[in-house]
Design a protein around this ligand. Structure first.
Ligand code: RBF
Length: 162
């Protein structure tokens, strides 16, 4: 299983460009708020660690992960924002709601990224239970928010190469 091998807080800094002039949007779902706040902290601290100015990081909250896509679009349509990081936690329940939400978010985020030609990062933790989610929000598998922020920075570097 990939997550058993990869610690989400470990990434290769060699690929990351300086981001002191860049502006970031964070879209954070309120479902499973304690966990998504921890993901958000990991993402925020990673951006600041790599030179982002706190005033250049805009956070918005949306009700649940399903709304991450529209939240991302609100931010992406602003010419000020260079990259958007979407953070949510979807935990399996008795029904297939998790499947519908995850597929909708994956497709929606892809569309927003292609429409606005900006990195829109899929920072969705999808697990069978709450403990597995905590394991990926600063627990034994690291923090998905850190990984998502590193992906955003790396993608901004990729854009520069043409
Ligand atoms: N949103 C999440 O971010 N994570 C969840 O695990 C989650 N589970 C849900 C389970 C059910 C049965 C429903 C109806 C909604 C759930 N949502 C969850 C909320 C969803 O993303 C969205 O905010 C609401 O459906 C309103 O559009």
């Amino acid at each position: 299983m990939a997550t058993a091998l990869k610690n989400l807080s470990e990434y290769n800094s060699d690929n990351l460009i300086p981001i002191d002039g860049k502006r970031f949007g964070l879209v954070v779902a309120e479902w499973n708020k304690a966990i998504t706040d921890t993901l958000c902290k990991g993402a925020y601290e990673t951006l600041v660690k790599h030179g982002a100015k706190p005033e250049n990081i805009e956070r918005i909250t949306v009700p649940g992960s399903f709304e991450l896509t529209l939240g991302a679009q609100f931010l992406a349509q602003s010419s000020d924002i260079d990259a958007v990081i979407c953070l949510g936690v979807v935990i399996k329940g008795e029904t297939k709601h998790d499947d519908y939400i995850c597929h909708a978010v994956a497709q929606g985020i892809t569309q927003v990224g292609l429409k606005f030609n900006k990195p829109i990062i899929f920072g969705l933790v999808t697990t069978n239970d709450e403990q597995q989610a905590w394991d990926r929000a600063g627990g034994k598998h690291g923090n998905k928010g850190v990984e998502a922020a590193a992906a955003a920075i790396q993608m901004l570097g990729v854009q520069l190469i043409d």
